[in-house]
Ligand binder design. Sequence first.
Ligand code: 13P
Ligand code: SF4
Length: 339
Amino acid sequence: MFDQVNQIPALSFTPAVARETAPLYEKVKRVVNELDWASYAPYILEINRLKKEMGAVVLAHNYMTPEIFHCVSDFAGDSLQLAQQAAKTDSQLIVQAGVHFMAETSKILSPEKTVLIPDMKAGCSLATSITAADVRLLRQKFPGVPIVTYVNTSADVKAESDICCTSSNALKIVESFESDTILMIPDQFLARNIAKQTKKKILTWQGSCEVHERFTANDIIKFRKAYPGAVVLAHPECPPEVCAEADFSGSTKAMADYVTDKQPKKVVLITECSMSDNISANNPNVEFLRPCNLCPHMKRITLPKILQSLQTRTTEVYVDPAIGILAKRAVDRMLEASK
Ligand code: 13P
Ligand code: SF4
């Protein structure tokens, strides 16, 4: 039998598989029903066996579905944490459970390692919004203005940049420059959210995240009326008027930490849908209300594709070494500044 979607042999949920994966099911049973678990468990078992045999690690972003996030990842976190982890792992084989720019960042940081992405088409609307030629034109137009580039970009774009940033260190990175004007590219909303927190003049680009740009301030106002007392957390890729309506705005890690530390009774995460599932699995006393948007790119990564990626050692991420050296300089500067 074949898995029709992924065209790889389907695996069966036998009593032995059920027994061996039972401790993992305990971790996710609040957010994964038994029927779905029966289709996930054989893949989880085989992925974990193969990972061990091959000495591979799976680095998973917070937007991965719970069966990936909680059951096959060796490390899970936000973009900054994944980059830090890629830089320090001893493993020579990394499977990136996330989108292409994340896998490329791992390869930039560890050019000697093999980095696999289970689906090459897992892109990002921010990464496709700007090219290296665009950055060169910006440099010509704004000579001497530091260029701070979001990690959600290609290696080519990073190579043209002074430093990278993520949503968890953007303010710190902007403030680290003496210049009173900074180019923050390509996310116009992240840039405008940071501009509200600094005296520096922030110039930006017209890029945006197709998932977060769809939330409106009105969504939050209506939601607060329907669920009085709910705490609202928003990712800084949302438009500024959305973040202004929220109680807190921060990276995916910052949102997860907020819920874990403060244990609000009811919470709304204005971000990608899997975030609530992943945090909910560990926070049984918090009620998660779910207006959320799916990232179609993140959702391309599935258990069958992770298994296939390990079995066939595909698809390997390639970065031109000359570009990689320049891109690494920008990412290393960010990692240094984030310490
Ligand atoms: P974080 O760095 O907050 O995990 O965000 C990455 C991302 O792609 C959000 O859309
Ligand atoms: Fe890109 Fe937005 Fe998806 Fe994050 S959620 S990977 S920024 S499209």
